[in-house]
Structures are given as C-alpha cells and as structure tokens.
Write a protein that binds this ligand. Structure first.
Ligand SMILES: *[C@@H]1O[C@H](CO)[C@@H](O)[C@H](O)[C@H]1NC(C)=O
Ligand SMILES: *[C@@H]1O[C@H](CO)[C@@H](O)[C@H](O)[C@H]1NC(C)=O
Ligand SMILES: *[C@@H]1O[C@H](CO)[C@@H](O)[C@H](O)[C@H]1NC(C)=O
Ligand SMILES: *[C@@H]1O[C@H](CO)[C@@H](O)[C@H](O)[C@H]1NC(C)=O
Ligand SMILES: *[C@@H]1O[C@H](CO)[C@@H](O)[C@H](O)[C@H]1NC(C)=O
Ligand SMILES: [Zn+2]
Length: 461
C-alpha cells in the first residue's frame, strides 16, 4: 500500500522540507502551475510581513508541554469547508490558529471521490478509498451482494486501521466525538460509550465542543485522551441547499469560527491551549450546481440502455455495474459514442471510463467494490437518470479532486506546529501519519508518505 511518491521542492515558499506529490498528468500540471502562481503571490505577501517571517525562523523545535504529561491532538472536521471560505469574512479564531500555526497554502487536497464518508475515513486511516473500502456513500459488495449505506457499522466494510484504533492499540485513550467509522468496533477499538457517543445530528454545536473539552477533565488516575475528534456537519448542508456563494454560507462559516473560539477559550481555561495540538480541516469542498448543467442517462438510450438497477450511484459521480454477461467495455464504448455525438445535451461534460482506465492519480480502481464503469462529470455538472421538471440550484461535491473547488483547509496549531508557517498543499491521506507522529506512536501501513510529518512538524528534542 505504500505510495509511490517522488519528492519535489517548493523553492518559492519558506518550506521546511520536501513535500510529496503523486504523478501528475497534464491537467494537474496546469493546476499545479496555477497553484505555484498563487504561491508566488502568497510568498510575496508572506515575506512582506517581515515580523512573522522572522518569528517563524525562531521556532526550530517543538515547544515543551507545561500542563499535559504526553502529547494530545484535537482533530476537528468542518464538513464541506471549502478552501477559501476562511476568507469570506473575518474569522478571528480561525485566523488566530492560522497566524500562530501552520496551514496548507492552497488547501488540503481531498481524496477521490470527494465525498464525506470516503474522505473522513481517508483522513482517519491514511488510505485512499479503494484501500480503506468506503469507496462511496452507497455501494455493493459484489462477492456477497450486500449493500453498504452510511449507517452500516459492520467492521467488514471498514478496512484499514483508523486513528482511534491506532491510539487504543498503544493503550492510549481516544475520544471520538462523531466521525464516520468511529462506531465500528474493530481491533483494539470497541467504541467505549463514554468515548464514542453515537452520531446524533441534533446535538447543538456548543454541546459538541463542551463534550470534547470535558474529556480533558479527568479525575484520579484516568488518562487524559491522546486524541479527541470533533465533527461539525456544516457548512456542508447549507452548501448543498444554497450553493457555496450564498450569504448563509458566510454566516455558517462564522458560526464554525465561534465554535473554534469556544474550544480555544475552554482550553485556555484549562491551561491547555498551548499544550494541545489542534488540527482543523474539512473533508471536501463545494461547487455551485444549477438546472442547465445536467446530463441525463436516458438521453443515451439510442446508443445504449443503462437501466436504473445497473446504477449504484449518480450525481457528481456515476457508478455503473452491468450484470454478468454484459461487457462493461461495450457499454462504455456505446456511452462514449452517445456522449460524443453532439446529440446528447451536455454530453461533452461527462467522461466515462472503465475503472482500470481512470487516471492513476485518482487511485480509484483497486477494489472490487468500485463498479467497472465510472463516469466523471465536469465541475458543477450533475448526472441524472431521467429528465424531470425539478428546477433547483444548489451545491455539490464528489467531483475530480483536481478541482480547486473540491479542496478543503488544513490548519495545525500547537507545540509541534511552527507559528505563521505555510506549507504547499498536500493530500489528506498524509494526515494519519502527522497525527501519529505528534502522538509518538507507530501507525499501520498506509498511503501517506512516511517522511511527510517531518516536513510539516517541528522536531522533538
Ligand atoms: C498569536 O499568539 C499571540 C501570543 O499568544 C497572541 O498575542 C496573538 O493575538 C495571536 N495572534 C492572533 C492573530 O490572534
Ligand atoms: C442500511 O444498512 C443497514 C445494515 O447495514 C440496514 O439495516 C438498513 O436497513 C439500511 N438502510 C437503508 C436505508 O437501506
Ligand atoms: C497494552 O496493554 C496490554 C495489556 O495490559 C499489553 O499486553 C500490551 O503490551 C500493551 N501494549 C502497549 C503498546 O503498550
Ligand atoms: C440527540 O440529541 C438531542 C439533543 O441533545 C436529544 O434530545 C436526543 O434525545 C438525542 N437522540 C438520541 C437518539 O440520542
Ligand atoms: C414537465 O412539464 C411540462 C409542462 O410544463 C410537461 O409537458 C411535461 O410532461 C413535464 N415533464 C415531466 C417529466 O414531468
Ligand atoms: Zn455534502
């Protein structure tokens, strides 16, 4: 599962060490160029702020803990927090973490497909979805015919070793206040009720923050948790309803900032804010969708019939599993003919692949759970089965992770993070090794690069 990675240097930024990248195709190379261009802008802005640059040069090693006996990480996910949302309005608390911490200059790169469960579990395991098994929100295990859905807690679906299991394996405490997969009992992790409450969408954000803080109030010989996770289901829901540019998103992002402020205040009260490593990130981005940007599968019927029950998933991603006896290659060939005919509305906006032909950078072929035919609509387009008179605009994600709109954020703050530092964007499968490196424990084999943590964390003495 080790990832083939080649080191690249980022000469323009004041980066700590080598960052890694996967093999790039032309399209990504273009995006990388754009990213580099924006890095130049960042760098100019950054170095013109001499105060923070010289301060950054001063921190050469991890700062000592004053209250805690061992390192701790609070890992926070804000669902659908698209890269750039942090500039929508003044967010004093997130700004504080960014300016006194380390952040990814052009955001955190989601794994493909850029959906909530696959990405939360990639962050938790360091594995691409094809390797951790949660390849989509809905899929079929072809060996048994069983269907996965988001309330499936059977461990046979959830492969790899998530952070909470890694922590438990080292006899340390993890408190997982909602994270996809946390309720699955596997290995050393049995989801203890106190440290693993069932996911409940109705719990107000304030209560979630207070519950995370309360895990640090141990009595007697109870261990302070090494890992505490916190999950906010916004601004994702509002992003779907109203699109990423609506004013409600600005309000939602400000509310997330308030929650970060509540967490900071609670940690300060406990004299823990400078001891705890806070990692704030999101699972994916969001892009606007609208009625004119649709591709209908029924329009392909003159070339090929794609019945409803072959389709495992559709919208921002199309997954098709034809029954045995039907050649996927033939179906793809006919779909392509239809889409390329000029006679299918928006046909040019949908690319269909046999999964083996998908670009390698997507890492989306190495699992039987991934159906043989995968369709990828262009950014902002949706694939639907049939025409309807539904007319609505909103937002969506799930697209190619090369789109900037599918990126989220990464901010690290605490004793292991340099202050006022920016690193080049990286893939979210790197986060697993970063958290384990902070905690000083060995993770399971994964798709992250073993040397990545050194490039982003201050060394311990
Ligand atoms: C960074 O930390 C310092 C020292 O704790 C604090 O005074 C300052 O307000 C912080 N920066 C921001 C932008 O909040
Ligand atoms: C989801 O899966 C669970 C078991 O894995 C099953 O009990 C439940 O009925 C499924 N829900 C839906 C909506 O299919
Ligand atoms: C964890 O505790 C068990 C039982 O007390 C022990 O056998 C095991 O060696 C410990 N593992 C580590 C990594 O400390
Ligand atoms: C979910 O949380 C709400 C608000 O705290 C509570 O009223 C409700 O009982 C909880 N539901 C479950 C199933 O625990
Ligand atoms: C959509 O509305 C038109 C009239 O406005 C109607 O003729 C047509 O049958 C409707 N189509 C569907 C799929 O409901
Ligand atoms: Zn979503």
């Amino acid at each position: 599962m080790a990832r083939n990675s080649e080191p690249t240097t980022a000469p323009l930024l004041h980066t700590p060490a080598a960052a890694t990248t996967t093999k790039l195709n032309k399209f990504v190379a273009l995006l990388a160029f754009l990213s580099l261009a924006s890095a130049v802008v960042f760098a100019v802005l950054y170095f013109s702020n001499l105060g923070s640059a010289s301060k950054a040069n001063d921190d050469k090693a991890a700062r000592p803990l004053s209250t805690l006996r061992r390192p701790a990480v609070v890992l926070i996910s804000s669902d659908g927090f698209r890269f750039g949302y942090e500039h929508k309005t003044d967010l004093p608390n997130i700004r504080r973490l960014i300016s006194n911490g380390t952040s990814a200059d052009a955001g955190l790169i989601s794994s493909f497909p850029t959906l909530t469960f696959p990405n939360h579990y990639s962050i938790a395991t360091g594995l691409y979805p094809s390797h951790h098994g949660i390849v989509n929100h809905k899929f079929v295990d072809p060996a048994t015919g069983d269907r996965f859905n988001m309330s499936s807690h059977d461990p046979r679906w959830w492969l790899g070793e998530p952070l909470w299991e890694t922590v438990a394996r080292h006899n340390l405490t993890a408190a997982v206040y909602s994270w996809p997969g946390s309720e699955v009992k596997k290995g050393a992790w049995d989801c203890p009720p106190k440290y693993c409450p069932p996911y409940n969408l109705s719990v107000p954000f304030e209560e979630r923050v207070d519950a995370a803080l309360a895990y640090f109030d141990t009595d007697g010989d109870e261990e302070v948790p090494s890992l505490v996770t916190l999950y906010f289901d916004q601004p994702d829901h509002l992003g779907h309803q109203f699109g990423p540019d609506d004013e409600v998103i600005t309000e939602s992002v400000a509310r997330i900032d308030d929650m970060i402020g509540r967490l900071i205040a609670g940690l300060e009260e406990r004299r823990l804010f400078e001891d705890v490593n806070i990692v704030l990130l999101g699972d994916h981005g969001m892009v606007g969708t609208c009625e004119s940007k649709l591709v209908f599968l029924e329009d392909l019927s003159p070339w090929v019939d794609v019945p409803r029950d072959w389709v495992e998933y559709y919208s921002t991603l199309l997954s098709v599993r034809p029954p045995p006896g039907v050649s996927p290659a033939e179906v793809v060939e006919k779909m392509r003919r239809g889409l390329g005919s000029g006679r299918v509305e928006n046909g040019a906006k949908l690319r269909v692949y046999l999964k083996e032909e998908l670009p390698g950078r997507l890492h989306y072929s190495d699992s039987e759970r991934i159906p043989p035919i995968i369709g990828m609509p262009d950014e902002g387009y949706l694939v639907l089965l049939k025409r309807s008179n539904r007319s609505q605009c909103g937002g969506a994600h799930g697209y190619d992770n090369a789109y900037f709109s599918m990126r989220s954020i990464f901010v690290g703050h605490g004793p292991r993070f340099r202050k006022g530092w920016q690193v080049p964007s990286f893939e979210n499968v790197e986060v697993y090794n970063v958290v384990n490196a902070i905690l000083g424990i060995d993770g399971a084999p994964n798709d992250g690069s073993p040397s990545f943590p050194q490039s982003i964390l201050l060394p311990t003495k």
